[in-house]
Write a protein that binds this ligand. Sequence first.
Ligand code: PMP
Length: 428
Amino acid sequence: MTPDPASFDAAKSYRERALKTLSYGVSSTPRGRQQPAPIVADRAAGAHIWDRTGSRFIDYAAGYGPLILGHSPSCVIDAVKAELDRGLRTASVHEGEATLAELVCETLPAAQKCAFVSSGSEAIQLALRIARAATGRTKVVKFRGNYHGWMDGVHVAGAPGNDGPGTIGQDPGAAASLTILDWGDTNALAETLNSDYAAVILEPVAVNGGCFAPPNGFLAEARRLTKQHGAVLIFDEVITGYRLALGGAQAVHGVTPDMAVIGKAMGGGLPIGAVVGSDAVMEPVSSGRLLHRGTFNGNPVSIAAAIACISHLMEHAPTLYPYIDGLAAQLETGLRDAAARNGTVCTVNRTGSAVQLALGVAEMRGLADTARADFPATARFAGHLLREGVQIIGRGLTYTTAAHDAGDIAETITAYDAAFKAMADEGG
Ligand code: PMP
């Protein structure tokens, strides 16, 4: 069922109102770039979002990743409601904190100790601080195309072809201790690492940048080299943690880092992030020597949601992960076939339940290919899909959730054809 075009008129008029008082009309810049206009979510349930005109959208943005169980999983909603009934208790010490830490340590191979914060970006900041404290060193290796949140110290070299800051206004000095290498380049890592390096941070599966699985041997070699040089190996599993598998990419690829950063899917939709690691590497923070601060850290509502979400994932993992990956595989094939039927050149990459579409390139195996992709056209395609009632992330990323079903997939594949045709009609 395609949305009423009045939906987009309503979205545009909301945007005009919001722009008068709200910076860029949104609370995170990429949301404001949605074409033809950012839809204004009125309510959501399962795999669907409704706007105020009553139009329904099948949602594969999935909260930019967190909504692995969909928009209204009863386990999370019930846990949050029960928590609210007990009073907010913000910034209190409460039992849920240890319960969640126990669940995380049970599920993630790298986790012997956890420290909670409220977002992935904060968790990265804390992880690097712990790594520097644990080693007494400063330098850090970061890989091109990997995104580690928006803090000045890491928000560089995130987009292909740009090793500089991710946005205007950043302090260039904050990232001065980073060495930027090509993701997957083990030779460069071997040549670079020495006793000055506190850490090597990487996305073990590069979802940002193109949805790439790690090249053969890359993670194992990063593990070996960091051990050899006494640097902390940090996996940024903000996307892959609890989405790729219960144990994250570290379990799937059989390489256990010293430290991992998680967020997004662990909270089932509520704001949370965490740094986890071995007892040894977490010592500075677990002993209280390193200051780990934050008014909203460990807030009981987010903790309750995360306990509910992870408990559900633990119970259903053997069927849930194959299910969401299977849906994503159907979308991957559906996208490729629809593009071929319409004569559109594009690449579709998939890692687990994440599917990346990039128009204008026949294959995308690494960041050099990503740099050649036509992302403005990909965003226009996402706009046409939205007109057909299907929401993906504008840079071409789709996440499946446990709430999507066969009907959603069939409707989506029909929408792919219509969107490719609309692209062809407007001249590519
Ligand atoms: N790391 C990765 C790999 C991410 O994809 C993101 C967010 N997309 C972050 C860190 C930052 O997380 P947050 O947006 O919760 O601050």
